[in-house]
Design a protein around this ligand. Structure first.
Ligand SMILES: Cc1ncc(C[n+]2csc(CCOP(=O)(O)OP(=O)(O)O)c2C)c(N)n1
Ligand SMILES: [Mg+2]
Length: 486
C-alpha cells in the first residue's frame, strides 16, 4: 500500500511540473502499429512510464534559468502539454472524431478455412507431437461437452456449459504459455484447463461435487480450479476474475523486483465480451496499464452474452478498441484459427514478461451452443444462423484439415481417437458419479479459518435435525456419513 501511494504521488508531480511546457512537435509521433503486415500489437505506448513518454520535454521552471528562449514566445506553439493529455497538437480544424469512419482493427489469421497456411514465411513452431496433443485436447473437450450436456438433460448433473466453437481459442492460447504462468478463467475455457494437465478425473470430480472435488462441492459445476497447475477457481459473478488477474500480475512484478528471475511468468485472464461490459473490466485494464502489470487479457468474443448479441453490447470497434484506449498493446485474432491464436499469445507473453506490461487479445469466434443447460438460444437466434456457422467454420475442422495436409491425421485415426476418448470420459464419469460426496462438515469449513459463532450455532442445529429425523436423511452417500459432522 505504502509503495503504491509513494509512486502514485511521484507520477502526478512529474506531470504537474510539465503542464506549462511548450515545444514544437514531430508529426505522427504517436504511431499506431496495427497495419505492419507482421503480427503487431496496437498501442499508443503511453502506459509504459510517464517519464519515458515525456522525455525531452523541458520543464517550464528551468527554461528561463538555462537562458533558452521559450518557444511560445517565438509564436510556434503547436503543443501545450496539459497534465492529462500526453501528446496532442493544436489545430484550427474543428473535427469530432467519428469512430464510424475509422478502419476497424484487422483480425490476424494464419490458417485459412481449408487448412492452408496464409503466411508461408512464418514457421509454425509446433511439431507433430504437440500438434496432435492440441488437436486431441480439442476433441476431448468437444466430446466431453456433448456427453455432459446430455448427462444434465438426463438429470445426472445439475448444470453444464459447453465450449463448442471456442475450443481453438482456449487450447491455442494455453499452449503458448509456460506452466508457471498463472491462469484465471471465466467458465468456457475447459480447453485451456485440459491442456494445462488437469485430468478427466479432476473434471468429473468437480462436476459431480464429490469428495475429490477441490472445491468440496461448494461451487456449481464447471467452476474448476487447480492449485497444481496455477489455475485460480472460477467464480460465478462475471468479470470478478479480471481485477484479480491484474492484482496477481502486479504481485508477480513486485516479487520479481526482489528475485530478478529471467522469466518470472505472467498472468492470463480469460473473459467474454459480455463480461467486458462490467466495471471490473475497465478498472482492471486501467490499473494493469498504469502499474504496467504482466498480464494477458484474453477476450473471447463469441457473439453473444446469453441472449444479448455483441453488437447490442457495444457501439465501438469491439473490445480491442478499449485496450488502445487504456494504453495497452492490443491485437485482434481469428479465434477459430488455433495457430494464429497460439502465435499472438506467444508474442503477447513476450511483451508481458520481457517488457513487463499488459496486453489485450480479442479472439473472434462464435458460440455454437446454447449459453448453458439453462438456456434455449433458439428463443433469440435462428437455427439457420447456428447451422450456417457450423458449416462455414469450426476450429476443429480447420485444425484437422491442416493436420491432414501434413499427413499427420486421417479418417481412421479420427474414428479411433474419438472412440478412445469417449470410453475414457464415460469411465471417469461413472467413477465420479459413484464416489461419495464430501463430508458434511465441509458445508461449514473453508470460508473462515475458524468457525464464527453463527456458523457454530448452525452446525449444532444441523446435527440436532439429523439426529431427530434420521429416517429422512440418508447420509450413506457422504464421506464418513453422520460422523462427518462430529
Ligand atoms: C455480475 C453478473 N451479472 C450477470 C451474470 C449472469 N450471466 C452469466 S453468464 C452471462 C453472459 C456472459 O457473456 P460473455 O461474457 O460474453 O461470456 P460467454 O457466455 O459468451 O462465454 C451473464 C449475463 C453473472 N453471472 N454475473
Ligand atoms: Mg460472449
Amino acid at each position: 500500500m505504502i509503495c503504491f501511494g509513494r509512486s502514485g504521488i511521484k507520477m502526478i508531480r512529474s506531470r504537474g511540473i510539465r503542464a506549462l511546457t511548450v515545444r514544437p512537435v514531430k508529426v505522427n509521433q504517436s504511431v499506431s502499429r496495427i497495419h505492419t503486415g507482421k503480427v503487431s500489437l496496437a498501442s499508443d505506448r503511453r502506459s509504459n512510464s510517464t517519464s519515458t513518454t515525456h522525455s525531452g520535454v523541458g520543464v517550464a521552471g528551468t527554461v528561463g534559468g538555462t537562458g533558452t528562449v521559450s518557444q511560445s514566445s517565438r509564436g510556434i506553439q503547436k503543443e501545450l502539454v496539459f497534465p492529462g493529455s500526453i501528446r496532442s497538437q493544436f489545430t484550427t480544424q474543428l473535427n469530432f472524431n467519428d469512430p464510424s469512419e475509422a478502419t476497424p482493427m484487422p483480425t490476424y489469421r494464419l490458417i485459412d478455412l481449408d487448412g492452408h497456411q496464409l503466411d508461408p514465411e512464418y514457421k509454425i513452431p509446433f511439431d507433430k507431437e504437440k500438434s496432435l496433443k492440441m488437436y486431441r485436447d480439442m476433441l476431448t473437450v468437444s466430446i466431453m461437452d456433448s456427453i455432459m450436456y446430455d448427462a444434465q438433460r438426463q438429470g445426472r448433473l445439475s448444470f453444464y456449459m459447453v465450449s463448442a466453437g471456442e475450443e481453438g481459442a482456449a487450447v491455442g492460447s494455453a499452449a503458448a504459455l509456460e506452466p508457471h504462468d498463472v491462469m484465471f478463467c471465466q467458465y468456457r475455457e475447459q480447453g485451456a484447463i485440459l491442456y494445462r494437465g488437469v485430468t478427466l478425473k479432476e473434471f468429473m470430480s468437480q462436476l459431480y461435487a464429490n469428495a475429490d472435488d477441490y472445491g468440496q462441492g461448494r461451487n456449481m459445476p464447471v467452476h474448476y480450479q487447480s492449485e497444481k497447475f496455477n489455475i485460480h477457481p472460477i467464480s460465478s459473478p462475471l468479470a470478478t476474475q479480471i481485477p484479480h488477474a491484474a492484482g496477481a500480475a502486479y504481485a508477480l512484478k513486485i516479487r520479481n523486483k526482489d528475485n530478478n528471475e529471467p522469466d518470472s511468468g505472467c498472468v492470463i485472464c480469460y473473459f467474454g465480451e459480455g463480461a467486458a461490459s462490467e466495471g471490473d473490466f475497465h478498472a482492471a485494464l486501467n490499473i494493469a496499464a498504469t502499474r504496467a502489470c504482466p498480464v494477458i487479457f484474453f477476450c473471447r468474443n463469441n457473439g453473444y452474452a446469453i441472449s444479448t448479441p455483441s453488437l447490442e453490447q457495444y457501439k465501438g470497434d469491439g473490445i480491442a478498441s478499449r485496450g488502445v484506449g487504456y494504453g495497452i498493446d492490443t491485437i485482434r485474432v481469428d479465434g477459430n484459427d488455433l495457430a494464429a491464436v497460439h502465435r499472438v499469445t506467444r508474442e503477447a507473453r513476450k511483451l508481458a514478461v520481457e517488457n513487463q506490461r499488459p496486453v489485450l487479445i480479442e479472439a473472434m469466434s462464435y458460440r455454437v451452443s446454447h449459453h448453458s443447460t439453462s438456456d434455449d438460444s433458439f428463443a433469440y437466434r435462428s437455427k439457420t444462423e447456428v447451422e450456417d456457422w457450423k458449416r462455414r467454420d469450426n476450429p476443429l475442422a480447420r485444425m484437422r484439415k491442416w493436420l491432414e495436409l501434413k499427413d499427420w491425421w486421417s479418417e481412421d485415426l479420427e474414428q479411433q481417437t474419438r472412440k478412445e476418448i469417449r470410453r475414457e470420459i464415460l469411465s471417469e464419469m461413472a467413477a465420479a458419479e459413484k464416489r461419495k460426496k464430501p463430508s458434511l462438515d465441509q458445508i461449514f469449513n473453508g470460508v473462515y479459518s475458524e468457525l464464527t459463532e453463527p456458523l457454530k450455532r448452525q452446525r449444532e442445529e444441523l446435527k440436532e435435525i439429523l439426529d431427530t429425523y434420521p429416517e429422512h436423511y440418508d447420509l450413506s452417500h457422504y464421506e464418513k456419513g453422520r460422523e462427518g459432522l462430529n
